[in-house]
Design a protein around this ligand. Structure first.
Ligand SMILES: Nc1ncnc2c1ncn2[C@@H]1O[C@H](COP(=O)(O)OP(=O)(O)OP(=O)(O)O)[C@@H](O)[C@H]1O
Ligand SMILES: O=C(CO)[C@H](O)[C@H](O)COP(=O)(O)O
Length: 407
């Protein structure tokens, strides 16, 4: 907390203006805000407010960390999504320099991504002994998770534990300094209400079981039976503790088998839904052609090459866990990523900074899983929406006056 002493006959530096009703010395206190005063004979601002109120307006508004939650089961594309998100902000995301080589943290200029596995309270042996999975709340320390996410949000660095996925042990902690954007990704970012309330935006990756199996088979084909068995063993806890979090998410990316090939369960062609909650501050849902209408669109034709089974978009309003949402759906896959610009130009509210930015991002990461379908497209768009949300929050803080009563 910094103390700011305000003399009404002085002006503040160029980022601040002071409006005060008297010429007497006034003391104000700020949370995480330091104001530099310069002596000047000029008086800045004008009289405003009641006789007992000082108002200070500062352009500096980036002292508080914005917190984003990303929930999903393991192996559901969180890391891929994080790579797309950090790329939107520019700069590479890397583990903390000189730290534990098995750290789960990724730091870039703007973002720090921490993995909530680091709040496991039981290590691998401990879970085995107690007969609980990592998805069980009893295997996680929500008090510490809350305290540390709150501290970071308030601008205070923390010593966060590390869960080592190589050894299955809890390693000594690592220092996490408050970034501009903190992403907490993992199994439980929206499970504990205290942590949930700290989130400025939340996302749930909802991968259907059929698709989960398909992705596991692709990634570890030699032990796919074990993977399938592990998905099945985790399912009761997944259903009890992970899946219900999607009701709290501001955006859900739901991944299902295609409907374009009757009876298809292969999980190669995907039907992906972007479910966007209405009424979320600083977040305006994406729409296709005409906001609020219901539209089914097959873009294949002169401008978009589509081989079998083609591509189908859907857009419309729906209800999701009692919330009003907008849903954008894409079934099928792109043959040529450079032609994605045709689809992008028909979408609105995608928060790009220039024409074709979605297509540029998709082309840049063409080798990431899901780049030829709705998973990559919607992850990229959500990344752009988060950048927009961040910029709006910063701008609103810069514009917001700080009010204090005269001491
Ligand atoms: N959009 C996608 N399309 C196809 N396969 C995908 C997609 N996203 C992820 N996968 C597959 O799932 C695997 C896991 O992806 P990723 O590492 O991004 O998930 P994760 O949730 O971070 O996993 P973990 O929790 O195990 O760290 C990838 O290796 C890839 O084979
Ligand atoms: O669900 C998980 C989240 O990633 C992991 O299974 C959990 O963190 C335990 O990890 P490990 O299997 O490496 O002991």
């Amino acid at each position: 907390m910094a103390i700011c002493t305000v003399y009404t006959t002085q002006s503040l530096n160029s980022t601040c203006s002071i409006y005060t009703p008297t010429t007497t010395k006034t003391q104000l206190s700020f949370h995480q805000k330091q104001l530099v005063l310069f002596s000047s004979s000029k008086r800045s601002g004008s009289r405003r407010g009641g006789s007992n109120t000082c108002v200070i307006t500062c352009a500096a508004g980036d002292s508080q960390t914005i917190v984003i939650g990303l929930a999903a089961d393991s192996g559901c594309g969180k890391s891929t999504f994080m790579r797309r998100l950090t790329s939107v902000f520019g700069g590479a995301a890397e583990p903390p320099k000189g730290g534990n080589p098995d750290s789960n943290t990724l730091i870039s200029d703007t973002t720090t991504v921490i993995c909530l596995d680091d709040y496991h309270s039981l290590d691998r042996t401990g879970r085995k002994e107690k007969g609980v999975t990592a998805l069980d709340p009893r295997a996680n320390n929500f008090d510490l998770m809350y305290e540390q996410v709150k501290a970071i949000k308030d601008g205070v660095a923390v010593e966060k534990p590390i869960y080592n996925h190589v050894t299955g042990l809890l390693d000594p902690p690592e220092l996490i300094k408050p970034p501009k954007i903190l992403v907490i990704e993992g199994l439980h970012p929206m499970f504990d209400q205290r942590v949930r309330d700290l989130l400025d935006f939340s996302i749930y990756l909802d991968i259907s079981n059929e698709v989960k199996f398909a992705w596991k088979i692709q990634s570890v084909d030699t032990v796919w039976r074990a993977s399938k068995a592990s998905i099945e063993a985790r399912k009761p806890d997944f259903d009890a503790y992970i899946d219900p979090q999607k009701q709290y998410a501001d955006a859900v990316i739901e991944v299902l088998p295609t409907q374009l090939i009757p009876g298809d369960n292969e999980g190669k062609v995907l039907r992906v839904k972007l479910i966007m909650k209405e009424g979320v501050k600083y977040f305006s849902p994406v729409y296709l052609f005409d906001e609020g209408s219901t539209i089914s669109w097959i873009p294949c034709g002169r401008k978009l090459t589509c081989s079998y089974p083609g591509i189908k978009f859907f857009y419309g309003p729906e209800s999701y866990f009692g919330h009003e949402v907008s849903v954008l759906e894409m079934d099928g896959q792109f043959d040529r990523l450079d032609e994605l610009i045709y689809v992008e130009s028909h979408l609105s509210n995608i928060s790009t900074k220039f024409y074709g930015e979605v297509t540029q991002q998709m082309l840049k990461h063409a080798d990431f899983p899901g780049s030829n379908n709705g998973t990559g497209l919607f992850q990229t768009i959500v990344g752009l929406k988060i950048r927009d949300l961040f910029e709006q929050i910063i701008a609103s803080k810069a514009a917001a006056p700080v009010e204090a009563t005269k001491a």
